[in-house]
Design a protein around this ligand. Structure first.
Ligand code: UD1
Ligand code: UDP
Length: 383
């Protein structure tokens, strides 16, 4: 039995962890003793608790309650608390997901204690170090012992940085194991899609036209923290709803909600109203989100996870960024990088509404990534 400490802290990590935890419970409970640690990075009920409840993830064994703060303080506090916990629990390995400050803190605290780091969703790169996530990913990959990349592009990115799969186990930090496997987010979309149709009540509480809406999310600091960029995106939403005659549903990340409250042009914010076809709603649960994504005519987002869910659900996506880590989507023409330009966003939305793509080849695996990953963790020698 391998004792693994899994570190999560932010919304997409609860969702990613659900796939692995579910598979441990169903097929690997004799091999893996998983101890779930929540750093407390996200803490609002609809940014945290709802995912545990709805997705069947057990209560975290530890919640460090770190909360929001500047990067250095937040990451430092997490590291301090995680180090103490790791010294006490003495896990054989630590799983971290993705690219948040919780990922970085977990990877640094573990590697300095010589505890092997298992990075799930390794190798993704935007080649834009002004994104905090890019720094978190690069550092995490370079201190990892086992890396699981959901894309071939991710494997190539790691190779370019000199991180190459050592061909013989046991793997260790200087001789890492690097594996291409599917995307655990796809496991979740498949698993929760039916439940979402059966149980989500998201439309019942919303006065939107459920046959004619676009779904949008915005939360990247590059978009929310710039009045110019946020203004361009919000204007695009207004233009689209008027000129393309469609409604827009926008579940608001708390970072974005805060920035809207402080936005200098409050008349623009006031016009984001159901009367103008725009529905601003609080963040929604995963079942609600999958239902909203499934029925949308197209998706507009700067989220990594939402870009891929658009692909899984065969929806075109207008990406509100200048670059993406998920290049397969744009290379296949099923996503357009519209950045934060009103004109490009409107043009891209119009293009996709008139030309919905039909071909979504299985570049993110077959929906059984959690099993692939756990098979490797439990059979290959690493330490
Ligand atoms: C974080 C991740 C980002 C990820 C995103 C997923 C980092 C550096 N960023 O960004 O990679 O895409 O999570 O959603 O780790 N807040 C609340 N309630 C909460 C959580 C946050 O009000 O439950 C507010 C606070 O004002 C906080 C702000 O949102 O300062 C930002 O939260 P933070 O966790 O620092 O970054 P995110 O933008 O959520
Ligand atoms: N999500 C959700 N409710 C919302 C918005 C997003 O459940 O109101 C889910 C979404 O379906 C995806 C994940 O959160 O699985 C993406 O997280 P987020 O956009 O916060 O972060 P990113 O993926 O960009 O790191």
């Amino acid at each position: 039995m391998i004792k693994i400490l899994t570190i999560v802290g932010a919304r997409p990590q609860f969702i990613k962890a659900a796939a692995i935890t579910r598979k441990i419970q169903s097929s690997f409970d004799r091999d893996v003793n998983e101890i779930l640690v929540h750093t407390g990075q996200h803490y609002d009920q609809y940014m945290s608790e709802v995912f545990f409840r709805e997705m069947g993830i057990p209560e975290p064994a530890f919640n460090l309650g770190i909360g929001s703060a500047n990067h250095g303080f937040q990451t430092g506090e997490m590291m301090r608390a995680l180090e103490e916990l790791m010294l006490r629990e003495k896990p054989a390995g630590v799983i971290v997901y993705g690219d948040t400050n919780s990922t970085l803190a977990g990877a640094l605290a573990a590697s300095k204690l010589f505890i092997p780091v298992i990075h799930i969703e390794a190798g993704l790169r935007s080649f834009n170090k002004s994104m905090p996530e890019e720094i978190n990913r690069i550092v995490t990959d370079h201190v990892s012992t086992m890396m699981f990349s959901p894309t071939v592009t991710g494997i190539r990115n790691l190779e370019r940085e000199g991180l190459v799969h050592g061909d013989s186990a046991p793997y260790h930090i200087d001789h890492p194991g690097i594996f291409h496997c599917g995307d655990i987010m796809y496991d979740n979309t498949l698993f929760f899609k039916k439940q979402s149709e059966a149980f989500s009540e998201v439309f019942e509480n919303l006065k939107a036209d459920r046959k004619n809406y676009l779904l949008a999310t915005i939360h990247r600091p590059s978009n929310t923290d710039s009045t110019e960029r946020l203004g361009q995106i919000l204007n695009a939403l207004l233009v689209i709803s008027k000129s393309l005659n469609t409604e827009i549903i926008l579940p608001l990340h708390p970072r974005t909600a805060q920035k809207l409250r402080a936005f200098p042009d409050q008349s623009l914010i006031g016009s984001l109203d159901p009367l103008n076809g725009i529905h601003l709603i609080p963040p929604v649960s995963f079942l609600d989100m999958i239902r909203l994504e499934s029925h949308a005519r197209l998706i507009m987002t700067d989220s990594g996870g939402v870009q891929k869910e658009a692909w899984f659900l065969k929806k075109p996506v207008v990406i509100l960024r200048a670059e993406t880590e998920w290049v397969e989507i744009t290379e296949h023409g099923n996503g357009i990088l519209a950045d934060a330009s009103t004109e490009k966003i409107v043009q891209s939305a119009e293009y996709f509404l008139n030309n919905p793509p039909a071909d979504f080849p299985p570049v993110y695996g077959n929906g059984d990534a959690a099993r692939e990953i756990l098979d490797i963790i439990t059979t290959v020698r690493w330490g």
